[in-house]
Design a binder for this molecule. Structure first.
Ligand SMILES: *[C@@H]1O[C@H](CO)[C@@H](O)[C@H](O)[C@H]1NC(C)=O
Ligand SMILES: *[C@@H]1O[C@H](CO)[C@@H](O)[C@H](O)[C@H]1NC(C)=O
Ligand SMILES: *[C@@H]1O[C@H](CO)[C@@H](O)[C@H](O)[C@H]1NC(C)=O
Ligand SMILES: *[C@@H]1O[C@H](CO)[C@@H](O)[C@H](O)[C@H]1NC(C)=O
Ligand SMILES: *[C@@H]1O[C@H](CO)[C@@H](O)[C@H](O)[C@H]1NC(C)=O
Ligand SMILES: *[C@@H]1O[C@H](CO)[C@@H](O)[C@H](O)[C@H]1NC(C)=O
Ligand SMILES: *[C@@H]1O[C@H](CO)[C@@H](O)[C@H](O)[C@H]1NC(C)=O
Ligand SMILES: *[C@@H]1O[C@H](CO)[C@@H](O)[C@H](O)[C@H]1NC(C)=O
Ligand SMILES: *[C@@H]1O[C@H](CO)[C@@H](O)[C@H](O)[C@H]1NC(C)=O
Length: 891
């Protein structure tokens, strides 16, 4: 294929885009010209057979897609078909004219906010530097090479070839794993390149090792000095009981003499205004300002979602420097404290592991975040807002930004600040050993210093974590390295995460805790020399837990750990999501396509095995119908498994049983999808809620009654995340499957739900409960329960199955009708059922939006749910697209 596009030669002036005033990098100033270089980019492959315009920020595949030279990369098997793109070496180029007289300025810098990944940069044919780390910001001095009319070239090398080459050149012990497992269809040696680790494939994601300029490029010309970075963090002095804001600015001073001046910091709402005299020395000059907030002024704290508001204060910093230089920065400042509490617990060996925000213990409820797309230029702030709004809509208060993806863009953390989502921030190292050569360490140091500086103003970020699972893999010797070499590997591990990353973090940020890995054992890991014998211990730190073989309805299989930062089960995306990337021949559970999309070994079989424990598998004459029913069932099974597991963790927060308990965090794996495929996610690619996400909205509710059995006794515990005790009435009902009339219903006297605790509310032997409820049997009946106060429902309606649903007796085929009417911005859907119906599922295909509730057990004849659209839609669109399914429909 040879495509040569006509190259527009008239030189385009630089596109002038005002810089955003975000912390971490400098904006325009009076003494500075700052331009973002967005237009005029071209890209060509190594032999020049392809040459085409390119968007920056963007990547090669994006440019090819825009020109129609490739199709949707997520369509069917295109991930394999487009592998050639990442194996070629591409060159980005731009020719431009400065819109000002360049010779007038003392210094000109070329700044890259993100280059993906390995490139040599030529400015007017002169090599000005190289890049090899997509997580760094690069600044190059181009003063001596800049002219009126300029050419800029980034000669990329294939990331895949580079990683292989680095691995070959590596001296010393091998650095496993060499390659991902074959079912991932991925590329090898990703641990040798500082690039999004999952871009070479993961067990839920495709291999698209992008090449390109993934963040803005800008040019900055200045005299005397410019602000090269600006950041800050609020800090609370416990002894003096005062807040201060520590502001850190770095200047590039080109004047040969010191530059005098002053800085004025103002936080008007806190009646704070302070002036500092400055003298900037030639060269790199760092200025640290400490602004104390007067003790008599009330500072309102930032709280996680569900615990209070997310109050911020506007701060401005004005630098007035000799030579009429005025540099102004403004930022939102949020105040909160965070402590990671590791202390002895009565009756339990080991130490606690929980977060205290503003002095208040908080149970972390949430999930794990992965990159929202293999092509980051598609992850717009709107995409992020939709996903993060879904996080808080599901009553979550925390996300872990997992170490195999990227440090997210500023907009992500700004939204987390705004919405009250706490972020457990991993550094980007995952499930692998890494080199500890000097070149690699230097690159990592620069990366960590930059990311800490960029992210530390955000109250949402509550923890730094060195890596994903790398302590565990050494402790368990996943890669079966010779035992005689283990000590060397551990030494390299400590060099990377402790001597380098931890040191850089501690130097840059004193306001939040650091753990070396997830999972790890907190201070016990340190005591054991940074690699503990059992990082998965229930007595220390966090754990990750996966078990696909045992029955997930049996809560005794789950670890009663201090904090569970990963756990999960897979499901398939809905048909409307898969339909867009497949054709009819793909629509069977056994097709080449469904096999190709499943990157987790035996994942499709595992889902069926877990399903078969409690459900009958769909079968029928229509293969497409059976496929759709199977997709539905995998979502039912995933939602039910993670419900039982999460409820177990939440009800374990206040108790110690057999030395274990005091669980204070449940972050399931995983929130979102990178492409349409089977995965552990609760949100599909595009943001559609799976059944699990609706379940999460209920099982993460601040007030939740949890039902479970222990030795044939049925218990209901009440979990409260509230700050105050609450008096509630518990209502328990038992229905037989064949009747909408309850067999029995019983409400308790008012009970006290203790603040921030799990409390025993009720217990009764199952046999007695069944007997008094119309002589029910386990197979014939189901229990449901809820909390109310003053006659109002204050919790979700929860339920407990007394037997597997495949053994259920009397379950009738439910006929459910739906009537839709507009109600304000939403649509009301009035449902009416002919029989008790488990897992009632409303699906409007590709109409974007979410329901107020879904996937529920319907024991009442009528029920109204709301549909909240995310884009304009109409009653008739919804009428056409709405399908209502419940469990008996798939048999
Ligand atoms: C140029 O490289 C592409 C791969 O990017 C290849 O398909 C094509 O055959 C090459 N063309 C020539 C003339 O070598
Ligand atoms: C890409 O660059 C690498 C390293 O310089 C080289 O080995 C390889 O042959 C190049 N590939 C192409 C298609 O030019
Ligand atoms: C640009 O500025 C330099 C130095 O001030 C001056 O010598 C030159 O004439 C100017 N060029 C133009 C085109 O204005
Ligand atoms: C860059 O160098 C090439 C050959 O080395 C030459 O053909 C070209 O004219 C030069 N371009 C500029 C802008 O100097
Ligand atoms: C911060 O400043 C912006 C713009 O001046 C203003 O709209 C906003 O209300 C201010 N917010 C607070 C919390 O002071
Ligand atoms: C639940 O799992 C435990 C092991 O964790 C096992 O001993 C027990 O028999 C299981 N219970 C049921 C009801 O399957
Ligand atoms: C898939 O194929 C296997 C083996 O042919 C068969 O046993 C199984 O029933 C099939 N499953 C589905 C869902 O079609
Ligand atoms: C809750 O009930 C207790 C008695 O059980 C009573 O003393 C208390 O005032 C009640 N609290 C509220 C908020 O109603
Ligand atoms: C339940 O069954 C027993 C024995 O068949 C009978 O004596 C009893 O009256 C029944 N109870 C109810 C509530 O139906």
């Amino acid at each position: 294929m040879r495509v040569k596009l006509l190259r527009l030669l008239p030189l385009l002036p630089l596109l002038l885009v005002p810089s955003l005033l975000t912390p971490g990098h400098a904006g325009p100033t009076a003494g500075t010209q700052h331009y973002i270089l967005r237009s005029g980019w071209w890209v060509h492959n190594a032999n020049g057979s392809l040459e085409l315009p390119a968007e920056v920020p963007g990547c090669v595949l994006g440019a090819l897609l825009q020109r129609g030279l490739v199709q949707d990369p997520y369509y069917r098997f295109n991930d394999l078909d487009y592998r050639w793109i990442s194996l070629d070496n591409w060159t980005y180029s731009n020719e431009f004219k400065f819109p000002f007289n360049i010779s007038k300025w003392q210094k000109v810098n070329l700044i890259f906010e993100g280059v993906d990944t390995v490139a040599e940069i030529f400015f007017n044919n002169v090599s000005i530097g190289k890049t090899d780390n997509m997580f760094r910001r690069y600044s190059f001095d181009i003063t001596s090479v800049a002219r009126d009319v300029n050419s800029l070239e980034l000669r990329f090398q294939s990331a895949v070839l580079y990683a292989a080459q680095e691995s070959r050149a590596h001296r010393g012990l091998p650095v496993p794993p060499a390659c991902p497992p074959p079912q991932q269809n991925g590329e090898c040696h990703v641990n040798f390149i500082r690039k999004e680790q999952c871009s070479f494939s993961w067990d839920w994601g495709p291999s698209f090792p992008t090449q390109g300029i993934w963040r803005d490029v800008s040019i900055e010309a200045f005299d005397i000095c410019c602000l090269s970075h600006f950041t800050f963090f609020p800090i609370y002095d416990n002894t003096a009981q005062v807040w201060s804001v520590e502001i850190e600015s770095a200047f590039d001073v080109v004047s040969s003499k010191p530059v005098g001046g002053q800085a004025v910091v103002a936080i008007p709402t806190l009646q704070t205004r302070q002036t500092f005299r400055l003298e900037l020395q030639p060269g790199e000059s760092v200025v640290e300002l400490s602004v104390r907030i007067n003790k008599s002024i009330i500072v309102e704290a930032w709280w996680p979602h569900g615990h209070g508001d997310q109050i911020w204060y506007n701060m401005t910093v004005l630098f007035e420097l000799d030579g009429d230089i005025y540099i102004e920065k403004s930022a939102k400042v949020y105040f909160r404290t965070v402590e990671l509490v590791e202390e002895p617990i009565d009756g339990s060996p080991g130490l606690s592991f929980y977060f205290r925000i503003n002095g208040f213990p908080i149970f972390l409820k949430g999930s794990n975040w992965i990159p929202a797309d293999a092509f980051q230029e598609r992850v717009t702030p709107d995409v992020l807002r939709l996903l993060l709004q879904s996080v808080v809509d599901a009553n979550m208060n925390a996300l872990r930004v997992w170490g195999g993806g990227i440090y997210e863009q500023d907009a992500f953390y700004e939204l987390c600040d705004e919405l009250g989502v706490m972020v457990w921030q991993d550094f980007m190292f995952a499930s692998a050993l890494y080199p500890a050569s000097q070149g690699f360490l230097d690159s990592v140091q620069a990366e960590v210093a930059y990311q800490v500086r960029r992210l530390k103003p955000h109250p949402s970020v509550i923890l730094w974590s060195g890596n994903n699972e790398n302590e565990g893999l050494l402790a368990m010797n996943w890669f079966q390295v010779p035992l005689s070499d283990l000590e060397t590997y551990i030494k390299d591990y400590v060099t990377l995460y402790v001597a380098n990353i931890r040191e850089v973090v501690l130097a840059g940020d004193k306001t939040r805790p650091f753990v070396p890995s997830s999972p790890s054992n907190g201070v016990e890991t340190i005591a054991e020399g940074w690699v503990s014998r059992d990082p998965y211990s229930n007595h220390y730190g966090d754990v990750h837990f996966y078990d696909y073989d045992n029955d997930c309805w049996n809560w005794t299989v789950f670890p009663k750990a201090r904090f569970v930062s990963e756990y999960g089960y897979q499901s398939w995306s809905s048909f409307s999501t898969l339909e867009k990337v497949s054709v009819k021949e793909d629509w069977s559970y056994n097709s080449t396509f469904t096999y190709h999309r499943q990157h987790h070994l035996d994942g499709n079989k595992e889902m069926l095995r877990q399903a078969a424990l409690h459900f009958r598998l769909p079968e029928g004459p229509d293969p497409v119908r059976t496929f759709r029913d199977m997709l539905y069932l995998t979502q039912v099974v995933q939602a039910q498994c993670i419900k039982i597991e999460t409820e177990f963790y939440r009800r374990s927060r206040s108790e110690i049983v057999a030395g274990e308990g005091h669980t204070m965090g449940a972050l399931y794996w995983q929130l979102n999808d990178i492409w349409p495929a089977p995965s552990w996610s609760s949100l599909e690619y595009g943001g559609k809620w799976k059944m699990l996400h609706y379940f999460a909205r209920r099982f993460f509710d601040p007030l939740l009654p949890v039902g479970f059995e222990d030795k044939d006794v049925f218990y209901i515990h009440g979990v409260s995340d509230l700050h105050e005790d609450q008096n509630v009435t518990l209502t328990l009902m038992v229905h037989s499957w064949h009747s909408l009339q309850p067999q029995c219903a019983h409400s308790t006297e008012p009970l006290v739900m203790k603040a921030g605790a799990a409390t025993h509310l009720y217990s009764e032997p199952v046999a007695r409960l069944l007997r008094r409820c119309g002589n029910c049997t386990r197979q014939a009946c189901v229990a449901s329960f809820h909390l109310s106060a003053g006659g109002e429902l204050v919790s979700p309606v929860n339920y407990h199955f007394l037997s597997s649903l495949k053994d259920a007796e009397g379950l009738l085929k439910a006929h459910i009708t739906a009537t839709i009417s507009q109600r304000g911005d939403a649509f009301a859907i009035d449902l009416e059922t002919s029989a008790v119906a488990p897992f009632v599922w409303l699906d409007v295909g590709s109409v974007p939006g979410r329901f107020s509730d879904n996937g529920f057990l319907m024991t009442e004849k009528t029920r109204t749910v709301l549909f909240h659209p995310w884009a304009p839609t109409s009653k008739s669109d919804l009428e056409q697209s709405l399908h209502v399914t419940s469990l008996t429909d798939i048999y």
